[in-house]
Design a protein around this ligand. Structure first.
Ligand code: SF4
Length: 379
C-alpha cells in the first residue's frame, strides 16, 4: 500500500516534457495540493488568475450551447444516489422506451433551429453491448443526427472498446461519462458500479478517438477536498477531457440525496475557476442547477471560465432556464454562441505519461497494470 501511495504521488506530479506551446496546456496533470492552494486563495485573486488563463485560451468570448435529450428515460438498474431515473427509488419519473430515430431527429432539428451547436443524447441504463437491438437503434440514431451539422454527444453508461469504436464510426463527436465525485466519496453515492469502471469507459472512449466530456456533481454530501480530488483525476486524463461539465445537485424527491442543501454560489464559482486553470483547453460547462442560480452568479461563472451551457428547457428529467433567457443574458454580457465543429478531432495523448488517471485503490492499480492502455504499472 505504501508503494501504491508513493507511486500515486508520482503520477499526480507528472508534467509533460513536450514543448508544444499552447498544446502543452492540454497535458499537464495538476495535483491535489496545487489545486488546494489555488482554491483557497482570496476570491478575487483566484478569479483574476482564472480569467487570465481563460482569455489566453478562449479569447473569442463565445459560449457553446448544448442541448441534452433523454432518449430513454427511467427504469435504470443502477443506484446513483442523486438520480431520479433509478428504478430503485420512487421519484415519479415515468419509464419510457428508447425513442425512435424520427422522433429524435425532430428534437435535434428543433435544437439546431434554436441555436444549439452540440446535441447530447442520454439513456438511462447501465451500458450498451454490441449486437443488441437497442445498441443498433442507438447507432442508427447517431448516424442520422450526425448529418445535421451539429456536434453529436452521447451518454450511454458503460462502454467496451468495440462499442466505443462503433459509436465513433457512426458519427459521435464526444462521449459523456462523468466521474461524479472523488474516488473516496464515490462508494457513498453509487454501489452498482465502481469508480474504476468509470475510468475504464472513459479510456475506451478515448482509445476509439472520441473526445471525452467528463466532469462531476457538486452537492452530493462531499467536502471541498473531494471536489478537488475529483478535479485532480480529471486533470490526469491523457488527453485531458475536451469538455468538463460542473453540475450542481438538483435534489430530486425520492432519491437518497433529496435532503442535500443547494450548492453555495461562491463555492461553485471557485470550482469553475480552479477547473479553468487546471484544464485550460476544456470547455467548462455550467450544467445542472442553473435554475437555482441568479443572473449575477451565472455572470461570475462565465467570468471565471465557464464557456459552455446546457441550453433548452429540459435537462433529462430536470428543469433548465428558458432558451430566450439564456440568449438575453449572453447579449447583456457581450458573449456570443460558439459555432459547431462536428469535424473536431479529439485531442491527442502525451505518450510520455500514463494514459489513465491513477487512483488510490489496489484493485484499480492491479487491473490497470494488466491493460495496455492503463497506468502502465505506474500506480
Ligand atoms: S445516473 Fe445514469 S446510470 Fe446512474 S441511475 Fe441515473 S440513469 Fe442510471
Amino acid at each position: 500500500m505504501a508503494l501504491v501511495s508513493m507511486e500515486k504521488r508520482l503520477c499526480a506530479h507528472t508534467v509533460s516534457r513536450l514543448n508544444l506551446g499552447r498544446a502543452q496546456l492540454w497535458i499537464r496533470a495538476v495535483n491535489y495540493s496545487e489545486l488546494h492552494r489555488l482554491y483557497h486563495q482570496p476570491f478575487f485573486e483566484l478569479l483574476k488568475q482564472a480569467r487570465a488563463v481563460h482569455e489566453e485560451n478562449w479569447p473569442e468570448r463565445e459560449v457553446q450551447l448544448c442541448t441534452l435529450l433523454s432518449i430513454k428515460t427511467g427504469g435504470c438498474s443502477e443506484d446513483c444516489g442523486y438520480c431520479a431515473q433509478s428504478a430503485r427509488y420512487t421519484t415519479g419519473v415515468q419509464n419510457e422506451r428508447l425513442m425512435g430515430t424520427e422522433d429524435v431527429m425532430a428534437k435535434a432539428e428543433a435544437a439546431r433551429a434554436s441555436g444549439s451547436t452540440r446535441f447530447c443524447m442520454g439513456a438511462a441504463w447501465k451500458g450498451v453491448r454490441m449486437g443488441t437491438q437497442k445498441f443498433n437503434q442507438v447507432l442508427d440514431i447517431v448516424r442520422n443526427v450526425s448529418t445535421l451539422g451539429m456536434e453529436v454527444c452521447v451518454t450511454l453508461g458503460e462502454l467496451g472498446a468495440e462499442e466505443a469504436k462503433a459509436l465513433k464510426e457512426a458519427g459521435v463527436t464526444a462521449y459523456n461519462h462523468n466521474i461524479d465525485t472523488s474516488p473516496e466519496h464515490y462508494p457513498n453515492i453509487v454501489s452498482t458500479h465502481t469508480f474504476e469502471d468509470r475510468l475504464r469507459t472513459i479510456r475506451n472512449a478515448q482509445d476509439a478517438g472520441m473526445s471525452v466530456c467528463a466532469g462531476g456533481i457538486l452537492g452530493l454530501g462531499e467536502g471541498i477536498d473531494d471536489r478537488l480530488k475529483m478535479l485532480e483525476v480529471l486533470s490526469e486524463f491523457n488527453p485531458q477531457p475536451e469538455s468538463v461539465p460542473i453540475n450542481s445537485l438538483m435534489a430530486m424527491k425520492g432519491t437518497p440525496l433529496e435532503g442535500e442543501a443547494p450548492v453555495d454560489s461562491f463555492s461553485l464559482v471557485r470550482m469553475i475557476a480552479v477547473t479553468r486553470i487546471a484544464i485550460p483547453r476544456a470547455k467548462v460547462r455550467l450544467s445542472a442547477g442553473r435554475t437555482q442560480m441568479n443572473k449575477e452568479t451565472q455572470a461570475l461563472a462565465y467570468f471565471a471560465g465557464a464557456n459552455s451551457i446546457f441550453y433548452g428547457e429540459k435537462l433529462l428529467t430536470a428543469a433548465n432556464p428558458r432558451a430566450n433567457e439564456d440568449m438575453q443574458l449572453l447579449r447583456e454580457l457581450g458573449l456570443a454562441p460558439q459555432a459547431p465543429n462536428p469535424q473536431m478531432q479529439a485531442p491527442g495523448a502525451d505518450l510520455d505519461r500514463p494514459l489513465s488517471p491513477c487512483c488510490e485503490t489496489d484493485a484499480c492499480c492491479e487491473e490497470e497494470a494488466g491493460m495496455t492502455a492503463g497506468c502502465a504499472g505506474a500506480c
